[in-house]
Design a protein around this ligand. Structure first.
Ligand SMILES: [Zn+2]
Length: 421
């Protein structure tokens, strides 16, 4: 008998302190919907749902006819399920980790090294850089999702240097003048002026940062209390971050990085060396399996300023939305295909007026999450149909076709992570 290639998963929850609390969290709501036994603690943060085979959160297989207990064990004993190219390219391992994130307080401003730098950092300082792989990431909003991504256009930063004297004080007149002058020169001059300004900021003495930040906070609070709108200097965001991370250099980084508010379905892709931070909201996230992060602030953790200032892409750009493409074969399918081999995410929105939907077979293992709707899934190797509702997660082996029957006339929203080589 053929090995069963499709089965439901029970996924690991990470209760990191920055997560949304209890049933405010989309992670908790998905969990409660998919598993009637799950008890949600309202005083606990539900930060991340891990859908994958990572050793710190290996998904459990919800089918007791399968002898392996977890997805990681199952994959190691059924490597053909990965797809032939994926199996060879990624040494018999699932190359991505698929997640849902519910963010209440900002995550650190960070960047991830490219492969070459990741290898070097891991060799030099394994205590800070636990592995040698790169870590591209993509976030797709489930609710309104706020984040910082990439350097702002130079004109915007120059404008902040005028309107925020506390920032200008940290950067110094020389670097500020150099940045202003670079607006009329080529992109290389702009990049080097930007690097110089950002490095000055990051190298500021802690006590000077605390002093200037408290001046800025006081000024914004007083102006806001007097009824003045401080949005031209991101007043509300500055106060929000300062409350979460008092005295942290990362509060000033909002004047260097683009502030994005993604609507549901909109995405940002964080390629190597692009500074970014997730600030608030719920998203699905997909990333290469790795743990290499260089931090720049909004964190009590280790900040490696020299590495960070050296590695970043100093490419100013307003254009940070990552756009999906519409599938030619399937009118309900959008594909988010970033320029890295490790992962692709698909979004499927099927109107509730349909009674059936066929999930495309791909030459890659994949993981499917139901965010909205209710179906039963059947496939050639599954012995009986698998019921799935909001929060349900399905593993699908390579080249396996899955038919979904909509069991209620409700629109279906699903995300699927895979690796298209
Ligand atoms: Zn990141």
């Amino acid at each position: 008998m053929a090995v069963q290639q499709v089965f439901p998963l029970s996924c690991a929850v990470q209760h990191y302190a920055w997560g949304k609390m209890g049933s405010n969290s989309e992670v908790a709501r998905l969990l409660a919907s998919s598993d009637p036994q799950a008890r949600i603690s309202e005083d606990k943060p539900y930060a991340e749902l891990w859908m994958g085979s990572h050793p710190r959160g290996d998904a459990k297989i919800l089918d007791n006819r399968i002898s392996q207990k977890t997805l990681g064990q199952w994959i190691s004993e059924n490597q053909d399920c990965l797809g032939s190219k994926v199996k060879d390219t990624f040494n018999g391992k699932l190359p991505f980790l698929f997640k849902v994130l519910s963010v209440e307080t900002a995550l650190s401003i960070q960047a991830h090294p490219d492969k070459e730098l990741a290898e070097k950092l891991h060799l030099q300082a394994p205590q800070h850089y636990p592995d040698a792989n790169h870590k591209p990431e993509m976030a797709i909003a489930l609710t309104s999702f706020q984040g910082l991504c990439g350097f702002r256009p130079i004109e915007e930063i120059v404008m902040f240097l005028t309107k925020v004297p506390e920032l200008r004080f940290l950067i110094g007149d020389n670097a500020a003048a150099q940045l202003k002058g670079s607006m009329s020169s080529d992109s290389q001059a702009a990049a080097s002026a930007l690097q110089s300004c950002f490095s000055h900021l990051m190298r500021s003495e802690k006590n000077v940062v605390v002093e200037q930040l408290s001046l800025l906070v006081k000024r914004i609070s007083q102006q806001a209390a007097a009824g003045n709108n401080m949005e031209d200097i991101c007043g509300e965001l500055l106060l929000q971050l300062h409350q979460q991370y008092p005295g942290d250099i990362g509060c000033f980084a909002i004047y260097f990085l683009n502030l994005l508010t993604l609507k549901p379905g909109e995405a940002m892709f964080l390629e190597a060396n692009v500074p970014h931070a997730y600030l608030k909201g719920d998203c699905v996230e997909c990333m290469a399996c790795s743990d290499n992060t260089v931090r720049a602030g909004l964190t009590p953790k280790f900040i490696d300023v020299p590495t960070l200032c050296e590695m970043l892409s100093y490419i100013p750009s307003k254009d940070r939305l990552f756009l999906p493409t519409r599938s030619q074969e399937d009118p309900y399918l959008s594909v988010y295909d970033p320029p890295v081999p490790d992962f692709t995410v698909m979004k499927m929105e099927v109107p509730g007026s349909n009674t059936e939907y066929k999930v495309l077979a791909v030459d890659s293992a994949s993981i499917l999450l139901v965010v909205q709707g209710r179906v039963t899934a059947s496939s050639p190797t599954a012995q009986k149909p698998i019921p799935l509702q909001r929060g349900g997660v399905l593993f699908i082996g390579a080249n396996e076709s899955v038919s979904l029957k909509l069991t209620v006339p409700e629109d279906l929203l699903m995300f699927r992570a895979c690796c298209l080589l």
